[in-house]
Structure formats: structure tokens, C-alpha cells
Design a protein around this ligand. Sequence first.
Ligand code: ZN
Length: 347
Amino acid sequence: MSMEEQLMNLKNEALSLILSAEDGKTLEEIKLQFLGRSGKLTLALKDIVKVPVENRAEVGKLANEVKQAVEEALERQEGFVKKETITKKRAAIDTSIPGIQPQIGHLHPMTQVMLDVVEVFKQIGFQAADGPEIETDHYNFEVLNIPKDHPARDTQMTFYLDTRNSKVTPGEVILRTQTSAMQGRVMQKVKPPVRVIVPGKNFRYEQVDASHGFEFWQVEGFCVDTHIRLTDLFGTIDYVLRRLMGQDIKLKFATTNFPFVEPGVDTYMECTVCKGKGCSFCKYAGWSEIMPAGMIHPNVLKAVGYDSQKVSGFAFAIGLSRLVTLRYHMDDLRLLTNPDLRILKQF
Ligand SMILES: [Zn+2]
């Protein structure tokens, strides 16, 4: 291959590489490959001395042209690549392109209803208190007139915390089974009159079905003052439930028995799913039990240091999960803890 041919081949090789280069780094490498200290073109130029004297001037001229062409091509491509990059960057922040709307979350239906409950009670003078979910047997049972051997304990399937290798008496620390556990904690610190609600989570070792869960929300409430009567309890429940669920709901009260109240009252609301006809949600009763209540037992008042001869009070526990499913006509409590966004987006 003659020197001329060699030079032309180098030129073609370099130019094709340069034109297909897409970034500055590749161009830098090509430059080094041809024009570097031991670059292909540099070495070829050194060989010109070997060309016979009569041709040397002509080959030298060609060599310079090739070198110039490669340098120019490199420069042109560098400018082009830079411009491309800037255009791409501009496109990335093009403010004229319609934006992508981010998905915005909202409060869980349970939280919405809970805040509504707190608001309604606030308007009639109740304060909201928060308490521990890990509770002691003392506040969860003993203070509430449920001693260790009381059969009512059997109805509250309790989760006990593993307290091995600790100083805690076995069985003393539990997950609270009722927000009523806060009655003792609050009343020991506050003298009557007290009007308090305690929204919170409770835990029971229960079979999970459409209307029961092992974890459920309650709003405990209690009011202690002089001359508090059962009619005050009825009036409060009636007012609050109509504010929350609509003025046309149907309620009924029935007597029941809880150790911490005397007398005990159960509140039933006509099932909103079937309008009283009977469905799987209300177990074909037409009514849903939503609120056990009653007049606080004198033993509870005594246990927290109140004078049961001078003051009296009522207490209630709203089943918040039940209230939510009744309000939104959901036939399964388990939907509330289902993480499927298609369910939650409806609220
Ligand atoms: Zn029903």
C-alpha cells in the first residue's frame, strides 16, 4: 500500500468514527487514537521521511490536508454533540408540556369518622384523651370491677405480652381489650366534674369474620358529676348518634350486664345495610349493636378515689369500626383494614 493510500484510509476511518460519536468522551478518545503522541496519523506523518525525495512534497501536502480534515471534523462534531446535550436538557424541563398529576392521599374512612366523633363530643364539652395500647391488668380489669376470678374476663379474649426475663408479674401486661382502661387513669388524676372521650385501638383474640376483628377501634366516653342520671346517658347517646349518622336513624336500648356499670345498657341501631330487613352484616337481626353503656358502678368510682355517695356518672364505648361500616353501608368490617387502594379511593 502506498503512503497516499495509507493516508486516505486513515482519513476515512477517522471521519466515519467521528461522525458516529455521540458524546464528548468518545470524541476525546478518537482524537487520542489518531492525533495523540502515538496516534495512527501522528505515526504515519513521521513515516513521510521514508518517502522518496521526488514524491515527498506531494505526500507531505496530502498528509497535512488529512490532518486538517480530521481536526476540523472533530471540532464540528464536538459543537454538534454539545448542542444536542443542551437540547436534551431543555426538553427535560420543558415547562410547556402538560404536567403529570401526582396522586394525593386522604384520610382513611376510619380516621374521618373518628375526627367527626371527637368534634361532636367536643361541642358538648367532652375532652379527648389518649392512652397506652399496652396496658396493665390493673387498669384494664381490676379498676373496672373485674377481679381476677370474674367470669366476664372470659368474654374478653386477652392477648398477654411475653414478659419472661423481666421483673413484671406474669400476666400483668396485656394489649388493652377496651379503651375503658383509660377511665381509671383519667379519674385518678382528675376530680369531678369530668367529661372525657378516649378514641383508640383495642385487641382481642377473636375469630375474624365480617363483623369482628382481632383489632378494633372504640371511642370510650365517660362523664362524672353530681346528679348524673340514666336519662343523661340516653340523651347524650341519642344526640351524638343522630349528629353522626343522620337524624332519621332508628335506635333502641336494651338492658345488659357489664361488671363496670350498673345498670348496663346496650344501644342498637337499625342496620343501614338492609334497613332492618336482615342481612349477613347484622346477622339477620335487622339491628346492629354499636354502643355498650351504663351508669358507672360505685365500685369503679371508689377504686379511683371518688365518693360514690356524692357523685355519679355514665360511661359508654362506641364501636368505631362498626359505626364506619354502618355509615358507608359496608357489609364487611375487613374492608377497612384491606390495603387495596381501589377500596380506599371511594371515600
Ligand atoms: Zn342488616
